[in-house]
Design a protein around this ligand. Structure first.
Ligand SMILES: *[C@@H]1O[C@H](CO)[C@@H](O)[C@H](O)[C@H]1NC(C)=O
Ligand SMILES: *[C@@H]1O[C@H](CO)[C@@H](O)[C@H](O)[C@H]1NC(C)=O
Length: 364
């Protein structure tokens, strides 16, 4: 009865009606704001990054293990650096390398590496799950591209040694392991390089790696067409090829860029066409295998590119030229995060422009 009276009172009372109207309008607005907010949150939610449940591990196994945090969402070149370095470190420390599949990105990284370097991944014990809380983290490798002496790790007697670092971009973590790492490249991958020239007693192949794409966005030094062209001129003058034909094969993530500046080049998919310049359209694993079998000389034009680095490292001729990072304004280099002698092997040759007002390319 009371409620009835109250409702009656409400319907009669103009002031109450006015209040109800205001509340209704606000409810609509609040609903709209909530929808926008959850939509935004939902989009930001990265399912790949959701951690897997902790891995089940055994203690007192009489073995010693080594693992690390990983920049698993980075690209293949970065992934190979981390795994090659951890493998090198594990040999040095006499430990078994471990790979924790911590989330979807780790899973993707593992799948890509198994396709590219299956026998390297076989050296790792794979655990499906995050690093359990019972394993504490040991500080190591605070910057991407320099070498830390592992002497501080040699004294560590923990059964599970898990490192806090990422990237491990220094050849010094895997010294004298070039032949072994090359052998780890997937030999069963179908080696069809399309139209690309074969290095033999007829043809000498120079491989030129470029990188634009996200490097432009990250303010990393992206390949400069003037440097690319004039460095090729430098190589033509400085690399003796005898009576062999010179062939130039271009690699890069920006086909439009390559076709604009090398308009005479033919694509690896243009079967039957013969030219001086070629552009690879092959998948990354085939580019590595192509380099292993055919690149007599490699030129790296985006000096921070790890993919370019591996094209050079795996190359047939093991003769690599690169743009000296000193002249690129690279912010990681300028802030001390990259030590050139740790990153670039000492037998590789740095190049630069002759002077501020000359685009001629010379040794740095
Ligand atoms: C690994 O763990 C994830 C997450 O718990 C699960 O979805 C997946 O099926 C597991 N994979 C294997 C091979 O056990
Ligand atoms: C490992 O073995 C030691 C000594 O036998 C023991 O004290 C310790 O509790 C064991 N740890 C685990 C996790 O089982």
């Amino acid at each position: 009865m009371r409620l009835f009276h109250f409702l009656k009172f409400l319907t009669i009372n103009n002031f109450s009606r006015y209040c109800l109207k205001i509340v209704k309008v606000h409810i609509i607005w609040i609903t709209i704001i909530c929808i926008i907010y959850f939509n935004w949150r939902f989009k930001k939610l990265d399912f790949m990054a959701i951690p897997y449940p902790p891995a089940v591990i055994k203690f007192n196994t009489s073995a010693k293990y080594l693992s690390s945090n990983l920049a698993s969402s980075s690209q293949l070149g970065n992934n190979i650096f981390e795994i090659a370095s951890l493998y090198g470190l594990s040999k040095h420390l006499n430990r078994t390398p471990l790979f924790f599949i911590e989330n979807g990105y780790h899973k993707k990284m593992l799948d890509n590496l198994r396709k590219t370097m299956p026998r390297l991944m076989e050296k790792f014990r794979i655990l499906n799950g995050s690093v359990p809380r019972s394993i504490s983290e040991t500080k190591f490798q605070r910057a991407c591209c320099l070498h830390k002496s592992p002497w501080s790790l040699e004294k560590n007697r923990d059964e599970y040694l898990h490192l806090s670092g990422k990237y491990y971009q220094s050849w010094k973590y895997f010294p004298n392991m070039r032949n072994e790492l090359i052998e780890f490249l997937n030999p069963t991958s179908i080696q069809i390089f399309g139209n690309l020239p074969i290095s033999d007693d007829q043809n000498h192949v120079t491989c030129v790696h470029s990188r634009r794409g996200d490097f432009v966005e990250y303010l990393f030094y992206a390949s400069d067409p003037k440097f690319m062209k004039n460095a090729v001129t430098f190589l033509n003058e400085n690399e003796k090829v005898g009576s062999r034909n010179r062939k130039i094969v271009l690699f890069g993530d920006d086909l439009n860029f390559l076709e604009t500046y090398f308009s005479d080049a033919v694509l690896s998919t243009d079967v039957g066409k013969n030219a001086e310049y070629y552009i690879s359209q092959n998948p990354p694993i085939d580019d590595f295998l192509y380099s292993k079998n055919n690149c007599d000389v490699v030129l790296i034009t985006a000096p921070r590119s790890t993919f370019g680095w591996w094209i050079g490292y795996f190359s047939k001729g093991n003769k690599v030229y690169y743009l000296d990072i000193k002249y690129t304004g690279d912010h990681i280099f300028e802030s001390g995060g990259l030590i050139a002698s740790d990153f670039y092997p000492s037998h590789w040759t740095p190049l630069k422009f002759a002077s501020a007002n000359s685009f001629t390319v010379v040794r740095s």
